[in-house]
Ligand binder design. Structure first.
Ligand SMILES: Cc1cc2nc3c(=O)[nH]c(=O)nc-3n(C[C@H](O)[C@H](O)[C@H](O)COP(=O)(O)O)c2cc1C
Length: 139
């Protein structure tokens, strides 16, 4: 809605791309149907999920996506999560719950950003998250 998660995703994607990943795809669950995103999750080794806080949890389309991941359990993935919040959060916390339930191979710590990713510290954490997944993917 405010574009903060999309801004964060661009920073993460840049971190992955500059660490040598040639194909980096960024999807918005509010714009792309979950089954299309899921079909790419099967194809790629690195899967980075970002969720904003929505009524103490996640945006419903994102809930659907992580539910699908945990139903289908795609193998040999390198996961990472990040997200945004404005007051008490909920997106990152809910992602952690799904990650635990689905036994995701999380290759780095989650990053939670308050508001827009304008602070240098947040920018660095998001960029490094993308880089960490890239390194894990390259092996
Ligand atoms: C309907 C709605 C519910 C929200 N619920 C929460 C919440 O429970 N906790 C919180 O910290 N922020 C909450 N927020 C703030 C959003 O996480 C914040 O606006 C975020 O930037 C939205 O993501 P986006 O910029 O990617 O659209 C809510 C915002 C909206 C519009």
């Amino acid at each position: 809605m405010h574009g903060n998660t999309a801004r964060m995703a661009e920073i993460v994607a840049r971190g992955a791309a500059e660490a040598g990943i040639k194909e980096v795809k960024v999807y918005d669950v509010a714009k792309t149907e979950v089954s299309f995103i899921m079909s790419d999750i099967w194809k790629y080794k690195g899967v980075i999920i970002g969720a904003c806080a929505h009524y103490g949890s996640m945006f419903p389309n994102m809930t659907l996506l992580v539910h699908e991941i945990n139903e289908f359990k795609p193998k040999d993935k390198c996961y990472a999560t990040f997200g945004g919040m404005s007051w008490s959060g909920g997106g990152v916390k809910t992602l952690a719950k799904y990650a635990e339930e689905g036994k995701w191979n999380l290759v780095t710590e989650s990053v939670e950003v308050k508001g827009a990713p304008i602070r240098e510290e947040d920018w660095d954490k998001l960029y490094n998250l993308g880089k960490a997944v890239a390194e894990a993917v390259k092996g």
